[in-house]
Design a protein around this ligand. Structure first.
Ligand SMILES: [Zn+2]
Length: 335
């Protein structure tokens, strides 16, 4: 592209962006987004960070936080020394409750602009919000009516997990399913590992299979004919707890971790890391063999992201929270 042509495109894009700014100032965010998008499309690879940053602000106003994050990331990429990019991205991250990441951005912003009062205030706001949420979390924990032992275990081991790894348990599953765990791990060892955040009610290994219409979850303890050494039909391990909070913490702590005593070995002689999912217990019939209804509380989380796969990816208007990826996938969903 010739320099003249490039300048012409940028001038046209700037005009579109000025129109967008006017709409944004008047609170008409839909039209503002439309014109920022035209400005961005107009200059293609020469897009200016401020177009993305301003569109991010409009998207944030309209509560499309994940789209806003996408734009804020673009802005940071295009102008990595600009304090405004980090500041705006931290606001998007705060809205997404990713407080640690938001504080990271503010730290970078403070390095670029050490005496900025606005950045310091924002950092303070995030700290206060985190504290409020911790209080809220403690309240919520109380409302589950956990017995003293569970409450104590969670309190004592709370420091082992990071809040950002904690999946939400929107259907209040009381159990977990663990994959990539070895077939021959003794029950005693499973008990030692997996009762870190609450006592275990029941452990079972199970194969799941289908016949024509029905789903069966057949405990292998009742079936002597199955070969325990066949790795292709390695059973899943189900662990049931007495409450829906223990599974959340257990998943947050064990997800993706590798333990020599527990994990299967793959063909390259490497230990596979553990994969954990929420699972209904035998008492939770209403969750057991079919897609559960959307939870009564509107969590804004994407059902497909939580279970199998979301085709919309970053264009999805619902939340895709990292610790919740596939966490509600049940074996019957992969028929
Ligand atoms: Zn989605």
């Amino acid at each position: 592209m010739s320099t003249d042509h490039k300048e012409l495109l940028l001038r046209q894009a700037a005009r579109l962006a000025i129109r967008a700014n006017d709409f944004a100032l008047n609170g008409d965010y839909i039209d503002a987004v439309k014109y920022y998008t035209q400005a961005i499309d107009h200059c293609g690879e020469h897009a200016i960070f401020s177009f993305y940053l301003n569109r991010a602000l409009c998207l944030l106003k309209m509560d499309f936080s994940y789209l806003a994050l996408f734009d804020a990331n673009q802005a940071v990429r295009l102008s990595p020394q600009n304090v405004k990019c980090y500041y705006i991205r931290s606001r998007v991250l705060r809205k997404l409750k990713r407080h640690e990441l938001a504080q990271n951005d503010l730290k970078i912003a403070m390095k670029i602009c050490p005496n900025c009062e606005i950045i310091r205030e924002e950092s303070q706001r995030i700290n206060e919000q985190s504290e409020r949420e911790l209080c809220f979390f403690n309240e919520k924990l109380k409302s589950y009516n956990l017995n003293d032992k569970t409450y104590y275990k969670i309190k004592v081991n709370f420091h082992l997990i990071k809040a950002r790894d904690l999946p939400t348990n929107i259907w209040n599953y009381n159990g977990i399913r663990v994959e990539n765990i070895r077939y021959d791990v003794p029950i005693k060892l499973i008990n030692e590992y997996f009762s870190l955040f609450g006592n275990i009610e029941f452990i079972k290994r199970a194969y799941c299979y289908y016949d024509d219409d029905n789903y069966h979850n057949q405990s292998i303890f009742n079936r002597s004919s199955l070969s325990p050494t066949s790795s292709s039909s390695s059973p899943s391990l189900f662990i049931y707890y007495y409450n829906p909070v223990t599974p959340m913490f257990t998943i947050a702590y064990f997800q993706g971790k590798t333990f020599k005593e527990l994990c299967q070995i793959n063909d390259d002689k490497q230990y596979k890391s553990l994969r954990l999912y929420f699972a209904p217990t035998d008492h939770q019939i209403e969750l057991k063999y079919f897609r559960p209804n959307y939870p009564p509380i509107n969590t804004q989380e994407c059902y497909f992201w939580r279970t199998t796969y979301c085709n919309l990816k970053e264009r999805c208007p619902k939340f895709h929270l990292q610790p919740c990826k596939n966490v509600d996938a049940q074996m019957w969903m992969f028929k």
